[in-house]
Design a protein around this ligand. Sequence first.
Ligand SMILES: O=C(O)[C@H](O)COP(=O)(O)O
Length: 248
Amino acid sequence: MATTSKLVLLRHGQSTWNELNQFTGWVDVPLTDQGRTEAARAGELLKEQNILPDVVYTSLLRRAITTANLALEAADRQWIPAQRSWRLNERHYGALQGMNKAEVREEHGEEKFMEWRRSYDTPPPALADDHKYSQFGDERYAHLGEDLPRTECLKDVVTRLIPYWYDNIVPQLAQGKTVLIVAHGNSLRALVKHLEGISDDDIAQLNLPTGVPFMYELDDTMKPVTQARFLDPEAAAAGAAAVAAQGK
Ligand SMILES: O=C(O)[C@H](O)COP(=O)(O)O
């Protein structure tokens, strides 16, 4: 009988720059108190619904790592193995990192704002290496050398994330394990696009809430056999609407 496996995706809880409505990307900002509460609630939902991760994957950014730690503590699963990779990082927002979303929309207009924020293959302008919000020289990315991103579009995220999905995450799922990935709005949008075969145009409509886990059951070809299910649908709908409204 074909085995299915459970994949749980969780965007980090609210961060300080989410609260300030600033483009964040690879800038390593912490969670707010609300974000910490969201993270713990995510873990409670996992426990209440008996969805018990066997392994967790996070980006190299503290807002995801802290969210994973708080959720696993609430789910009493802190002991499971964890793997971390830059390939799960948020999309690099280039020269927009640190800028206020409403101000960018005001200054450049709705069309350009949405093109930089939600188009599939148009990245924002690149971030200069000497900019205060650049990751140039950050030890955790030293191995990337000149390949360190200075900006990314969603297509770039798909290109650097999907090999990690196949090389590191799929083998765990193929063993029937329950996998938890704690990452970011756009890195998770890239993975959802791949899993659900969403078109380059239609993916612009997808916004993910902070701190609400959603789950797929996958077959042995890693295709979803169930629709994505948010463990708290009301909170998810409210959160996604708030993300869509950012910058308005
Ligand atoms: O990096 C950021 O600014 C957010 O995490 C994602 O922002 P977005 O929803 O505007 O892409």
